[in-house]
Design a protein around this ligand. Sequence first.
Ligand SMILES: C[S@@+](CC[C@H](N)C(=O)[O-])C[C@H]1O[C@@H](n2cnc3c(N)ncnc32)[C@H](O)[C@@H]1O
Length: 307
Amino acid sequence: MESSHVSAGILPILSDLDQRLAQFPSLDREGLIANSPGLARWFGPEEPEQRKKTKASVLKEYETDKWAPLLQRYRDNPEINFEALRDQYQGSEEPMACFWNGRFFLTSEKIMTGIRADLLSRLAAIFLPVDHIVELGCGYGAMLLDLVGRPVFNNVTFLGGELSVSGAELSNLLAEKAQLPSKAYPYDLVAEDDQQPFIPPGALIYTSNALMYIPLIRESLIRKLIRYKPAAVIHLEPQLPVNEREHPMGPVLAKYLRANDYNRNLREVVHQAQQEGLLEILYESGPLLGVNPILQDILLIWRPVKI
Ligand SMILES: C[S@@+](CC[C@H](N)C(=O)[O-])C[C@H]1O[C@@H](n2cnc3c(N)ncnc32)[C@H](O)[C@@H]1O
């Protein structure tokens, strides 16, 4: 697939989603701060406490504090299905400030979760036909199980890799219940000694807010993805704007990413791999999507160079 074909496929997706969000009031910087009381401190001179991301802190956040309790909630209410569980967990309809494609909107977590899934699903559809779509860092399947249920992917098997054992298990229980062709496996993106036969050659691989938990990505991770021989790799992950210093929100976005020790070098490491002739970047956006308005995902799509 050529980069011009990918860009031509992405343009209408972005403009459709622009239109969907146009019905919500847009917010200027003051409106954003007024509607995001928890975020106001990031706009001031106060220096935040610096956190350090480690495998142990990620496991505490996801295995212990998020996915194990969510798995327990499912076990306690086994009649609940994927959609209802996701709605309980990340489907609040309370008005909330969010970011989309250069603008802030007053919308809701539910709307933005839907936008995220629609964006990933339509991006993935550009690469059809493929037999497998793989999400690495799939959590309990918030995106994986949304995508696998869509008619456009009728002939596709979905696979997930996830650091948290409870996340992978919950994703599998929800898939089994809905009889969806999706299977998640315990998986560590960072592990060097990778013995993961579950990713078949030719798959479309994507990551959605997962690589952000690796403060410094090494080129070996990109080389590992290349060894899976994917048709393409899609990242929807937060990164700083390229022109961070000139960007009006640059200092706030940088302060937030640094203080939380979220990844800042994905773009750089992918560009480095392109310079080394390992891969070809098919598409790269500026700041595109933030359910949290100061944690803005970019879209970066690449494919291995065939040798
Ligand atoms: C914010 S959640 C995103 C879940 C899902 N991708 C989505 O978009 O809804 C981040 C997930 O990445 C997983 N994760 C973080 N570091 C990982 C790693 N090294 N390997 C695999 N998964 C990882 C976490 O356990 C968590 O489930």
